[in-house]
Design a protein around this ligand. Structure first.
Ligand code: ARG
Length: 589
């Protein structure tokens, strides 16, 4: 289906054309004076220059042509030459009925269906997840759902960090703690048992301990560095330990992401890209892209238009070690081979922007990706505490995801127990659903690149621009629907959506008609906050309508049935949108 705004534009364009004016002047926009009209067209102003005529004369001409078009209830020309438009009630009701009949709410299919790889999550094996990973998971999951909903072929990849120094640190710490393990024997070739020599709990303690130790103990730091190098060069024993770490860690990560309602289609790891490195590096050398600079192998990626210095992309350090960029480039080689993506979207902390600029330019320049492949970086800001600094726990450590989720759902639990709106037996589960919505909406409603303040009290409020407010609106609709179902005398005919009977109903209907605009711009601008903005406006419009309308007491049964249809369309749109954001609504709250 076409967007309502585009349909209106078409009609206004015909008006301009019929008067002998340039058709393209007829572009309609949302009104910036909602007290006067719903849509407007400013084309007469542009026409004035073209035709040396007063804009109001042009506007008057066009208005005369549009007067009898049945999609408008009111068309007026106002000084200095605006065309103000009000959509007719029956046209709008018809448009909504068509939306309601469509499986995807009338949201148009993309012109081109793309294959999109979304790189998000980015957890590091054996290191605790932190709030940066939380943001990546939440925003990435939403972009994945949104892209898929629109009909694109989407591959969500967690891209685990499993090949870094943390592995060497753990290996060396383990060597000191459990020297009897077989893995450390020089030339270990044996099969290793499936049982890992540590639990996730132990692993979570080993890494921070080793990391802290390496900061004061230089010899230990060197050992860890060497162990990492040995691992990366295929030491069998170390690979066995790495494999254990991976298994234990991934099982835990799956649980954590599961709690967030975040899933990945593939669980690729940095180590999976390593086999592609030698050939890739050779290609870059052979084709003259890579050259030696101060012992390292680098590729220039600066461009003339740069206003800031963009240093060369380093492929190999002087000791031959690979870097983060090498791995990301090799990962693109693999993605190209496996998926031939039209687009790769990285949802990563914005402080990594320079890294991705280098990687993208290098990949394009050296032909790792095709010229038409879109490489996008969705960089997000920091989640801060109320003190304006990156969010920490009360004791100062980086917050663990589990505690964060628990903190929010506990706060919600207390609140719903106070309200006594939910049975105690359901309260825990309900609090988790609401808590997740509060957390995700609190994050997604901000423009991603901005830092924001993590504020539990605000996030869990049932009023204002919050997740719980949206859920509350859905729950309210569910409850009216249930009460309506229980009524004795209901309309027996086929319920149709009727032209709005009040201003608040008209406003609600207009808002419903705009779901396409919200969803499409969220995708195009890679901005899930556009969906949040929309459902907040929609919830406000609904609640105003609800407060001003006697729905269950309505005596005109046909009108009452029309209200109920409007409610279910509102609910469907809200539920679709929150699903795109990655959360759901409870039945009661
Ligand atoms: N593991 C990285 C980190 O914790 C994030 C990975 C992002 N994705 C990528 N392809 N580099 O910072």
């Amino acid at each position: 289906m076409k967007k309502l705004m585009d349909l209106i534009t078409e009609v206004v364009e015909q008006g301009f054309e019929a008067c002998g004016y340039e058709k393209s002047l007829g572009k309609a926009t949302l009104s910036n004076r909602p007290d006067l009209c719903e849509y407007q067209c400013n084309g007469a102003m542009g026409g004035a220059r073209l035709y040396h005529k007063a804009p109001i004369m042009i506007a008057n001409d066009v208005v005369a042509k549009l007067a009898d078009r049945d999609c408008f209830e009111e068309v007026t020309a106002v000084n200095p030459g605006f065309i103000n438009l009000k959509v007719s009630g029956s046209f709008l009701a018809g448009y909504l009925a068509e939306m309601d009949a469509s499986e995807r709410l009338g949201i148009p299919e993309p012109e081109k269906k793309e294959t999109i790889v979304i790189d998000y999550g980015g957890a590091n094996v054996a290191k605790p997840l932190h709030v940066g990973h939380l943001r990546s998971a939440i925003i990435g999951e939403s972009m994945k759902r949104l892209s898929r909903f629109l009909g694109h072929e989407v591959i969500g990849d967690v891209h685990l960090g499993d090949w870094g120094l943390q592995m060497g640190l753990i290996i060396e710490e383990l060597k000191d703690r459990q020297p009897e393990l077989p893995y450390f024997d020089e030339g270990f070739t044996g099969e290793y048992p499936n049982e890992a020599p540590f639990t996730i709990g132990e692993l979570e303690e080993i890494y921070p301990a080793a990391s802290a130790r390496s900061k004061t103990d230089e010899a230990f730091a060197k050992r860890a560095h060497d162990a990492t190098f040995k691992l990366q060069n295929g030491d069998r024993g170390y690979l066995a330990i790495w494999n254990h770490i991976l298994n234990v860690s991934v099982a835990d990560l799956k649980k954590n992401y599961g709690r967030l309602n975040v899933t990945f289609d593939i669980w690729k790891k940095e180590s999976d890209a390593q086999p592609y490195i030698p050939e890739m590096v050779q290609m870059m050398k052979d084709r003259g892209f890579a050259y030696e600079s101060q012992g390292a192998l680098v590729v220039d990626v600066k461009e003339e238009a740069d206003t800031k210095e963009v240093p060369p992309c380093i492929l190999l350090k002087s000791d031959g070690a690979t870097l983060y960029s090498t791995t990301d480039l090799a990962t693109l080689v693999e993605r190209e081979k496996l998926f031939k993506p039209d687009r790769v979207l990285y949802v990563v902390d914005k402080r990594q922007a320079l890294h991705f600029t280098q990687v993208f330019r290098c990949a394009k320049k050296t032909g790792i990706v095709r010229p038409e492949t879109e490489l996008n970086f969705l960089g997000f800001g920091t989640m801060n505490g109320k003190d304006g600094k990156p969010f920490k726990t009360r004791d100062g450590g980086v917050m663990r995801l589990e505690y964060l989720i628990k903190e929010i759902s506990d706060a919600v639990y207390e609140k719903i127990m106070e309200n006594r709106s939910v049975d105690e037996s359901d309260a825990r589960r309900t609090a988790e659903i609401i808590g997740l919505a509060a957390l995700k909406y609190g994050d997604l409603s901000n423009q991603a690149s901005k830092d924001y303040v993590f504020d539990v009290d605000r996030f869990i409020s049932f009023e204002g621009d919050t997740g719980p407010y949206i859920l509350y609106t859905i729950v309210r609709i569910k409850s009216i629907q249930a009460k309506y179902e229980a009524l004795e005398d209901k309309f027996t005919g086929k319920a149709e959506l009727l032209p709005a009977a009040s201003e608040s109903e008209k406003e609600l209907q207009l808002m419903l008609s705009r779901v396409s605009d919200a969803v499409l711009s969220a995708f195009e601008e890679q901005a899930p906050h556009k969906i949040c903005q929309y459902i907040y406006d929609l919830s406000n419009a609904f609640n105003r309508f609800y407060h001003e309308t006697r729905i269950l007491a309505e005596e005109d049964k046909e009108r009452q049935a029309a209200y109920i249809r409007l409610l279910s369309l509102t609910r469907r749109i809200l539920e679709t949108c929150i699903d795109l954001l990655g959360f759901e609504a409870p039945d009661r709250m």
